[in-house]
Design a protein around this ligand. Structure first.
Ligand SMILES: [Zn+2]
Length: 340
C-alpha cells in the first residue's frame, strides 16, 4: 500500500509500505476512505518535536472494515467506521468514566500511520464506531473530522464547561479552535468569542457560531476579552494551541471560578504557581477522549445538524501529502484532507 512517511523536518514522502495485517485477535483492518493532516503533525514536520528516523504519519481516519480478528464481535467487514487517535478497550474503569484516551490498554494509532491506504486498528470493538449505513460521499469529510479535530474541539468546550448562559472564548484559530466554536454553539453557549487575525478563519468561526471576533493576542487579547465581559473575563476558555503564550492568555482571560479547557498539545508550557493560585480558575484538558463523544457526533453529522467538514479547505490525493503539509505549515490551508 501507499503511505506518508516523515524522513526529517520538512521531508514528507508517500511511498510503498507493508500492508497492515491482523496481529491480535482484537484487531481490524480498514481500507481508508479519507485521512488528513493534523496540526500536531506539524510539530515534528517543523522539527520542534524530534523526528526519530523514518516515521509513518497520521492518526485521523475513516473507512471501510476489510477484515477483523477472531475475537471482534461488534464490528464487521463492510461497515463504515470512525475511530480516534488512541485505540481503547472501552471497558476498563477509566474508559467507563469517559477517559478512553487514558485507557489502561490504550495504543497510539499514529504508530501505524493513518495517512495511508489501509490501517490496522487494535481493540476494534472498543475503538471503532460504525455509521448507520454507508455514508454519501459528501458526509465523509465531516465524519473524518469526528475522528480527532471535532472530537478534540468538543472536549475542549466540555472541559471548559461551555453551556447556556456562559460566555466562551476560544484561543487558537486552527481547525480544533474553530470546531471548539461549533461545539460551544451546540452546547448552548450564550456568547462565543473567537480569537483570530485571519479573515477566512474569522469567517469560518462566524459560520460555526462565533458572536464576537477578537484580533488581538497576548496581553492585548486578554484586555479585549475583559472589555467584552464587564472586566471579569469569560466563564469558559478553550485553549487550542499549546504554547506558553496561548496557555497564559487562556488562564488570564478566564474569570475567577471559570474553566479553562486546554486541548492544544503542550510544548514548553510552564505555569507560574503563584499566579495560578490567585486566579481561581479550573483547569482541565489533555488528549481528548474522542471515543466518549463519537456516537453523539456521528448522529449530529448523519442527520446534517452540524457540518464540521467545512474545516477542510484543501483536498488532495494522498500522493500529494507533501503539498498538504506545506500548505498548512505556511497557513495557506486550515486543514488538508487526503484521499487515498
Ligand atoms: Zn479502557
Amino acid at each position: 500500500m501507499r503511505g506518508a512517511v516523515l524522513y526529517a523536518p520538512g521531508d514528507i514522502r508517500v511511498e510503498d509500505r507493508e500492508d497492515p495485517k491482523i496481529i491480535e485477535p482484537t484487531d481490524a483492518i480498514l481500507r481508508l476512505s479519507a485521512t488528513c493532516v493534523c496540526g500536531s503533525d506539524l510539530w515534528p514536520y517543523r522539527g520542534i518535536e524530534a523526528v526519530d528516523g523514518r516515521s509513518p504519519m497520521g492518526h485521523e481516519y475513516a473507512g471501510i472494515v476489510q477484515e477483523v480478528g477472531s475475537q471482534v464481535t461488534n464490528i464487521r467487514p463492510g461497515q463504515f467506521v470512525i475511530g480516534s487517535f488512541f485505540a481503547s478497550d472501552n471497558t476498563c474503569e477509566l474508559c467507563q468514566a469517559g477517559y478512553q484516551s487514558s485507557c489502561i490498554n490504550k495504543e497510539p494509532i499514529g504508530a501505524g500511520g493513518a495517512q495511508a491506504e489501509s490501517l490496522r486498528v487494535p481493540l476494534a470493538d472498543g475503538t471503532l464506531v460504525a455509521t448507520p449505513d454507508l455514508p454519501p460521499d459528501d458526509l465523509v469529510p465531516s465524519l473524518l473530522a469526528a475522528s480527532d479535530v471535532l472530537g478534540t474541539g468538543w472536549f475542549g468546550a466540555v472541559a471548559a464547561e461551555a453551556g447556556p448562559g456562559r460566555t466562551v472564548a476560544v484561543v487558537g484559530d486552527g481547525a480544533v479552535g474553530l470546531l471548539a466554536v461549533l461545539a460551544a454553539s451546540q452546547l448552548g453557549a450564550e456568547r462565543i468569542i473567537a480569537l483570530s487575525r485571519h479573515a477566512p478563519r474569522q469567517q469560518l468561526a462566524v459560520t460555526f457560531g462565533a458572536t464576537d471576533i477578537v484580533a488581538e493576542r497576548g496581553d492585548a487579547g486578554v484586555a479585549k476579552i475583559k472589555d467584552l465581559t464587564n472586566g471579569l473575563g469569560a466563564h469558559s476558555v478553550v485553549e487550542a494551541v499549546g504554547t506558553q503564550e496561548s496557555m497564559l492568555q487562556a488562564i488570564r482571560s478566564t474569570r475567577p471560578g471559570g474553566h479553562v479547557g486546554y486541548v492544544g498539545v503542550a510544548h514548553g508550557v510552564e505555569l507560574p504557581g503563584t499566579e495560578l493560585f490567585f486566579s481561581h480558575v479550573h483547569l482541565h484538558g489533555g488528549p481528548a477522549p474522542v471515543r466518549r463523544f463519537l456516537p453523539e457526533l456521528i448522529e449530529l453529522i448523519w442527520t446534517r445538524r452540524i457540518d464540521p467538514g467545512k474545516v477542510f479547505d484543501l483536498t488532495l490525493p494522498l500522493e500529494q501529502a507533501a503539498e498538504g503539509y506545506q500548505a498548512m505549515d505556511e497557513r495557506r490551508a486550515v486543514k488538508t484532507l487526503l484521499r487515498p
